[in-house]
Design a protein around this ligand. Structure first.
Ligand SMILES: NC(=O)c1ccc[n+]([C@@H]2O[C@H](COP(=O)([O-])OP(=O)(O)OC[C@H]3O[C@@H](n4cnc5c(N)ncnc54)[C@H](OP(=O)(O)O)[C@@H]3O)[C@@H](O)[C@H]2O)c1
Length: 272
């Protein structure tokens, strides 16, 4: 879908990938609804993307919401209905907000696991469901996943579970909505240089020789997938190959990760 003059609701807008994506979508002429938890960060981003648009100013909006809280999801939904009634219709929903904690399962608290799954899996599912009543037709939904949605990796058990669930959900909903004019997409970045990854993870990736993308490169790939309406896409080489290998011959991937196990364990034991 062409992005010019499209109204796009973007969650996680103030994060590394989200803010790079907001800048690129605005540069393409889209009107954004930026969703985040921090009003001042949202205000700064709004200001940044609105600069240079003085000839035909875009109508960017923002909304504060903690998407791990059902009440905030409900409030966001009500606001979208109000906008719809005021003639502000939404063409795309990008579920990009996400979090993780690099730690072995035994180290984690039940509360942290619940919060993570609420944000990474339940929130996008509920937003997709609610979007059925306010998303334009034709419309698009993009769910941001992860390589770890296709490859189970030590230290990320529940993150893998959430992102894998989001992948299967996106596939199922896309098939459910065929002929409705709404497409549902999934894009899985590999390691990306943002605040999501603490210092231990950055060092672990360096030690293991894992490549890291810039948030701008990931944003460019998301924009391209939106324009092309690509149903599912995994970023990075050799990660793409490992995603496929893990489907076809998982024991090859298990053997490869086993060689990294001692190093991963060392880093997971360190305090963040
Ligand atoms: N970075 C990577 O290595 C990597 C790799 C693969 C996939 N991804 C995925 O890419 C997406 C963006 O991640 P990122 O790397 O840009 O991370 P980031 O820089 O940490 O940004 C995360 C964004 O999510 C928002 N967020 C966190 N908790 C929230 C909550 N409870 N309610 C509402 N918003 C919340 C944050 O808002 P605040 O500004 O309020 O904190 C922030 O805008 C995520 O879905 C992530 O899983 C990232």
């Amino acid at each position: 879908m062409k992005l010019t003059n499209k109204r796009i609701l973007l969650t996680g807008a103030t994060g590394g990938i989200g803010s790079a994506l907001a800048r690129q979508l605005a540069a393409k002429g889209a009107n954004l609804i930026l969703v985040g938890r921090n009003q001042s960060k949202l205000g700064a981003l709004l200001h940044q993307i609105s600069r240079g648009e003085s000839v035909t100013p875009a109508q960017h909006l923002s909304l504060c919401a903690d998407l791990s809280q059902p009440d905030d999801i409900e409030a966001l939904h009500r606001q979208c209905l109000t906008w719809r009634d005021q003639g502000i219709t939404i063409d795309m929903l990008i579920n990009n907000a996400g979090s993780n904690e690099f730690a072995y399962l035994a180290q984690r608290s039940s509360e942290a696991i619940t919060r993570e799954l609420q944000l990474n899996l339940l929130a996008p599912i509920l937003l997709c469901q609610k979007a059925m009543s306010w998303l334009n037709h034709p419309g698009q939904i993009m769910n941001i996943g992860s390589t770890f949605g296709a490859i189970g990796y030590p230290g990320y058990t529940t993150y893998c579970a959430g992102k894998a669930g989001l992948y299967r959900f996106s596939e199922a909903l896309n098939r459910e909505l065929s002929d409705s004019g709404i497409t549902v997409q999934y894009l899985g970045p590999r390691a990306t240089d943002t605040d999501l990854n603490d210092q231990r993870v950055t060092e672990l990736n360096q030690q293991l020789g894992n490549k890291t993308d810039s948030p701008e490169a990931v944003a460019t790939a998301i924009v391209h997938s939106l324009e092309q309406e690509t149903p599912a896409r995994w970023l990075g080489w050799p990660e793409k190959l490992f995603v496929r290998l893990n489907q076809l011959i998982p024991k090859v991937v298990t053997a490869s990760i086993r060689k990294q196990h001692a190093t991963i364990t060392d880093f997971a034991r360190k305090l963040p």
